[in-house]
Design a protein around this ligand. Structure first.
Ligand code: ATP
Length: 255
């Protein structure tokens, strides 16, 4: 169901039913640049929500603020009903908020499986024989590449590994920043389908994306961000057919 942009909430407003992450009047500023302007947003549990918008809209700033990588200069981020305040990235990861940055972040000189083990070692979690079964089910190609150096992976496999490495932490919220960046349409479609399947299996997913084909393929809901503000929210079924989205994103020559 299409709904009006949920801006201007009272910062003390109750989180919606089924909401796992609630943003209330969140602002992010870099000096005098207001990248995120009073954004209020509910992210429902066990679904995908894509923040779409043109270059410089503030999408990355918004999701990085949720991950604790940018300081919130106003408003509040609540996770499972509790304000996150200035909580560190490490504490947010422990609480279940795991962020996959845009671009390539895997360790090229280590095998795929060694890459998957890194977050578990870093957070002192056990590694058992079936530890990677769930991520291999989500990304079967990674199981076939398990003993291969990550540096030899294709761009799409590389990005899958970055997402899989976040998944081994069994996040309550998986945040993926610009999953399509630098990928071919085919690799983008494969990754988007995997994200969709994860959400359909009950994983809460928050995606920042300017490629409408990718965002549409992820499914769930979408919201349009323009100049730091949420302008529209609705189902993700056919974003290219939604007039405000067309005007903001396709007008930039993006697909
Ligand atoms: P893109 O898709 O191009 O990454 P975006 O929607 O993710 O865009 P942001 O990267 O969040 O947008 O940028 C929002 C605004 O904040 C832009 O005007 C950008 O120039 C500015 N900005 C982002 N990071 C910084 C920074 N570290 N210092 C200063 N300004 C920044």
């Amino acid at each position: 169901m299409t709904q009006a942009a949920p801006t201007g909430h009272d910062a003390t407003a109750a989180d919606g039913a089924g909401t796992v992450l609630a943003l209330r009047d969140v602002c992010v500023a870099y000096g005098r640049v207001q990248a995120v302007r009073s954004v209020s947003l509910d992210v429902p549990a066990g679904r995908a929500l894509c923040v779409v918008g043109p270059n410089g809209a503030g999408k990355t700033s918004l999701v990085r603020a949720v991950a604790g990588l940018e300081r919130v200069s106003g408003g509040e981020v609540r996770w499972r009903g509790e304000p996150l305040g200035r909580q560190s990235v490490t504490k947010r990861i422990a609480a279940g908020i795991v962020y996959v940055p845009e671009g390539t972040q895997v360790f090229g000189g280590m095998t795929v499986e060694e890459n998957l083990a890194v977050p578990l070692i870093a957070t002192r979690r056990p590694i058992a024989s079936d530890t990677f079964a769930k991520v291999y089910a989500a990304f079967p190609i990674l199981e076939r590449r398990a003993t291969q150096d990550a540096g030899t992976l294709s761009g799409g496999e590389n990005r899958m590994l970055a997402v899989a490495r976040a998944l081994v932490l069994e996040p309550g919220l998986l945040i993926v920043d610009e999953p399509s960046l630098g990928l071919s349409p085919q690799a983008t479609a494969t990754l988007a389908a995997a994200l969709r399947a994860l959400a359909e299996g009950g994983q809460t997913v928050l995606v920042s994306e300017q490629n409408l084909a990718c965002a549409t393929a992820v499914g769930g809901d979408a919201c349009l961000m323009v100049r730091g503000e949420i302008r529209w929210r609705g189902p993700n079924a056919d974003l290219a057919g939604v007039e405000p989205v067309r005007a903001a994103v396709l007008g930039q020559g993006l697909s």
